[in-house]
Design a protein around this ligand. Sequence first.
Ligand code: SF4
Ligand code: SF4
Length: 396
Amino acid sequence: MLYRTNSRTDKKISALGFGAMRLPVHEDGRIDYDKSKEMVDYCLDNGVNYFDTAYFYHNGQSEPFLGEVLEKVRDDVYIATKLPVLNVHQYEDIEKIFSDQQRKLRTNYFDYYLMHALTDFAQWQKMKEYGVIRFIEKQKAKGSILNIGFSAHTSTSEFIKILDDYDWDIAQIQYNYLDEDIQAGSEGVRYAKQKGIPLIVMEPIRGGVLANPGQDIMDIFEKAKEKKTPAQWALEWVWDHEAFIVVLSGMSTIEQVKENIKTAAQSPPGCLTQDDKNIIGAVRAEYKKRIKVPCTRCCYCLPCPQGVRIPDIFECYNNYYMLSPEIARDSYAFRTMKTDAPDGKASKCIECGLCETKCPQKINIIEELKAAKDVLETEEVLKRQKKMVEEDKNIL
Ligand code: SF4
Ligand code: SF4
């Protein structure tokens, strides 16, 4: 295993981190303990020392699972978990969730504690109003949190605003060879580096989709001098950057664990050759031909008076054609889920036209939202979304 140093703590972290959100499960949705434990044990035996979970992963089962399998090696590994910001409505919620997490993970301290999946600056402001800074700083002073951070699914500008608003120890972003221009993007990466904030990468294989491309993409990979699997290409592309201290992969099989550990061991910063970069450039261009709406996620169209999450919807809509309908619908269900904010679905648009006057890309937002609604807002998606809301309530 190769290790990278967190410049703020001088601690060495394995280049590959274990993401506990896509563990093998039984038919009824329970985590398959034996298979999952085999994966964790293999990681431990091969130098992986960073384990990432969150309150809602696997409907609340991920934290207790990791707590159990890591209990004996607790002080030899880094555990990261996250505060589910959408479910915080008052200071007491933060206290309750945090102590639940300590109990489930069988530890009284978290190496990394992150605000989970901030989507914009306003959401972070809301957390501040609930007193989150008072809470996390109190826990840090007690040694119950060692590093404070946030994970983000924002536009670049919102990411930068959040980054500037607090003295973060760490930030976690979605990044892979298709995401240089969306979410935090390369500009966000440069900005964090300039501020000296270490970055963690999630979704290096875009939820596994980049590991299973169609034949047209495989034909491009096959032209490379060195043969690699699609997952290896995706991971190496991220590890080629030195800005990232750990790359999380949400693995589902022992074979994926073995392959990713092998790749991690041979992927220091600067590992890609020019030939490799050309191949990835050609693959990226092929994927991008399928983009339907040229939305840059600049967010100038927001706020929509109806709460429609325009850039999120267009990202899902593009992913529907570029990657996979299933992943796009899952993501749509999650991002437009009803919380205490408006639920943000495409169907909430009342065609007032306000957003269209502000879009620098001159996107016909109203018509494109209708098209996105037709493929994303299916009955099945709405049912799944309702179930997700119920499950969240039960976990809390
Ligand atoms: S046209 Fe629709 S999406 Fe645009 S601002 Fe009005 S309600 Fe929101
Ligand atoms: S203003 Fe246009 S390009 Fe920017 S996020 Fe909105 S729809 Fe996308």
